[in-house]
Write a new protein. Structure first.
Length: 221
């Protein structure tokens, strides 16, 4: 409990920022529901909950005393499975085109606010995991691995958005998931859209992470 209290105090600014971002998103959604009398975007609450999970995992690992390499390796795999859920919210912008023309600008604000919250959680969680991995595996090229992970998240978002897979299916239905992954890898020209989306969205996330990390370092300096 004392370790958790210390962590919260040390990360008060970060946790406050995340809390404000999430509260603003929820308030915008409630206003939208009231004005349009529609619950269409209520699924964003579930999506942002899934986006919180990777950050919750890195928060938990930061509270663990005497963190072993085996324990970190296990939680790293769990973290990686849920990580694409954070940037996935950006693709929820696709739902705006089928929304109500009335107060369309409000729909844009609602989805963008949740998407930005998801990206904030995504980037903070990655930086946390970088620090955790570096502390245990000092010789690993963490920066290069991070770029690979971000592009992997781009592919994961494609699987979720277009093939409608979710993180739970790694356990509940891995056969179909891995068969589709192998098919995409073995027949790249027949699945050009998958590779194009992965490259485009992955590059978007990498550039965003580079900007986020450099801004964070400037603030510390």
């Amino acid at each position: 409990m004392e370790v958790l209290k210390t962590l919260i105090l040390n990360r008060f600014k970060t946790l406050s920022l995340i809390t404000v971002a999430l509260l603003f998103s929820v308030i915008l959604l409630m206003v939208r529901m009231k004005l349009n009398k529609s619950y269409f975007f209520l699924f964003l609450i579930w999506n942002v909950f899934l986006a919180i999970l990777p950050y919750a995992i890195t928060m938990y690992l930061n509270t663990s005393q005497n963190l072993s390499k085996l324990k970190l390796g296990f939680w790293f795999m769990v973290w990686l499975a849920f990580l694409p859920n954070a940037p996935y919210i950006v693709t929820d912008l696709i739902h705006i085109r089928i929304g109500n023309d009335s107060l369309l600008w409000l729909d844009v604000l609602v989805v963008l606010s949740f998407a930005l919250s998801g990206l904030l959680l995504f980037y903070i969680s990655i930086m946390d995991m970088q620090n955790l991995v570096t502390s245990q595996f000092k010789k690993l090229p963490v920066e290069n691995i991070t770029i690979a992970i971000i592009f992997l998240c781009g592919f994961g978002v494609y699987l979720g958005r277009f093939l409608r897979y979710n993180s739970w299916e790694i356990i509940s239905g891995p056969h179909y998931l891995f068969m589709d992954i192998i098919t995409i890898m073995m027949s790249p020209f027949q699945h050009f859209e998958a590779w194009l989306f992965t490259l485009g969205f992955g590059t978007f996330l990498v550039v965003g992470f580079w900007m986020f990390k450099n801004l964070n370092q400037l603030e510390k300096n």
